[in-house]
Design a protein around this ligand. Sequence first.
Ligand code: GTP
Ligand code: SPV
Ligand code: MN
Length: 608
Amino acid sequence: MKPVTKHKQLNKWVRDMAVLCTPDKIVWLDGSESEKKRLEKEAVSTGELLQLNPKTLPGSFFHRTAQNDVARTEHLTYICTSKKEDAGPTNNWMAPKDAYDKATPYFKGAMKGRVMYVIPFSMGPVGSPFSKIGVQLTDSLYVVLNMRIMTHMTSRVYGKLGTKGAFTKCLHSKADLNESRRLILHFPEDNAIWSVGSGYGGNALLGKKCLSLRIASHLGRNEMWMAEHMLIMGIEDPKGQTTYVAAAFPSACGKTNLAMLVPPDELKKKGYKVWTVGDDIAWLRIDDEGNLRAVNPEAGVFGVAPGTNSKTNPNAMATVKKNAIYTNVLLKNDKSVWWEGMDGDVPSEGWDWKGQPWHRGQLDSNGKASLGAHPNSRFTAPIAQCPSLSKKFSDPRGVKISAIIFGGRRARLTPLVFEARSWQHGVYLGATMSSERTAAQFGKVGELRRDPMAMIPFCGYNMGTYFQHWLEMGKNLASPPRIFHVNWFKQDENGKYLWPGYGENLRVLLWMIDRCRYQKSATETAIGSIPNKGDLDLTGLNLSAESWEQLFEIDQDEWRNEIEDQKKFFGLFGPATPREIWAEQKALSERLGLQHTASSGEKILQPV
Ligand code: GTP
Ligand code: SPV
Ligand code: MN
């Protein structure tokens, strides 16, 4: 097939990559509806997709990944910069030449007998000043059809590129799906991504984490904006005023759920509404008035299936009713799907995520319930199908952000909510985020992991420098958003969640809006401000006084250990850790009445 653009560099790159991967054919895609139908048919004929029941799930498909390919593989993900310190201590690093040399044999001939698809896409509405263009080459129809949902995929981007425009070169091949020949490589200096040996979402849909976070965070640092692992939502009050907030939680810690929140009845009756702008990624820029504005660069949702039901997330359930792709869920005999925690009765039988026959009550070899769906099974669907989609979703200027929220999954330590004392203190709160590991990445579930701004797997450069960039952004904001920290996951001594979560989280957001808009007073504590008793609207909740105490308890011993752990972590970055971060930590220790001992990293910066 002939190239469809006069962009010489783009055409040469496609030709060169075809010489390397030796596909039987190159197909230039345009993102049209007729093309979609044709590709779906083809994917069904090869078995890559299975058409689901057209009555109950119209336009929807089912896919199983390889069993060794069900989550992002962070240990095989690299930032390839000329200098190692530019990647920093929390990223895997390879020199660009070594990385190209290592991956070249994996790509060599990998597309033989296959088609190489050329996907033109924009992250962000085509033509918005926020947006960036990418072109992905791939040999996977599953990837093509997911990218078609997740990005603004259209040949119109060739018009925008003209003959010389900048774009991210994204090369992907599932190759032989062999884990020992799998690599996810980022070349920020070349504006390029090479991903080989995986067909899983975050590894293979290169517009998502690879471009919109790792490459974009690097671009953002150079161009004075930010690419963040954040949802964006609007909260409309009974007077019709909408306040927009952005929130960073680590993978599988509640972004999609919060972004699509449905107000509990008591608050709905009062007239509150919630509008979804984005559920995973935010690009943030400072406008001419010094406000922070955000767009969602994506066009779809790639959400965690287990636990999603019409109580926890009715908007997500409505979003995935049609034109969806389901990955690694349980397939029922009537060609519909199921996952643990879905509505209704547990099906009596079906096919589990591995493709094995499964029945209700089945136990695995350890005597534990055998899972029908993989814990990281996912759905992909156009965000335009979300009933709570914000009218501002496509606004090229984005929405004005009034509050930034950080959060993690901590059974203990951090209270339900507290507010930073300043932007700088807020950056420290983001930098000290930590969370118990989930199934969204390979590794031991439940283990505590430091995850600043939920970006540890996604920051495309040295994270110490990244903290500095956050501080610089604050200096350039006329009125910086207020910064909050939340923990929906605090547990009592029996391991029961103390807070009901989900829709009820709106109560916490309304307190934040009171703080942002109406400067309502709060109770100062050593770690930040918490709501005065009575200021969090709890009508209809039945939260006991004891639960409230536990939700807001600040335990000295736990904080002492926490601070020691933080010191080790910040010490990792050496001189790249900003002075302001150490200063905030020292001030916190003092407020907590702990004796402050300087850590080695801090001593480097603050000679006494
Ligand atoms: P990624 O797509 O991996 O970035 O995840 P995410 O941050 O969008 O997480 P998501 O909203 O999909 O939630 C992940 C898991 O957390 C699901 O199993 C939810 O049921 C659960 N969850 C979400 N919100 C809450 C909450 O407020 N309380 C509790 N207890 N669980 C929640
Ligand atoms: C995450 O893991 O944070 C996700 C899913 O949103 S993935 O696209 O695989 O990164
Ligand atoms: Mn995510």
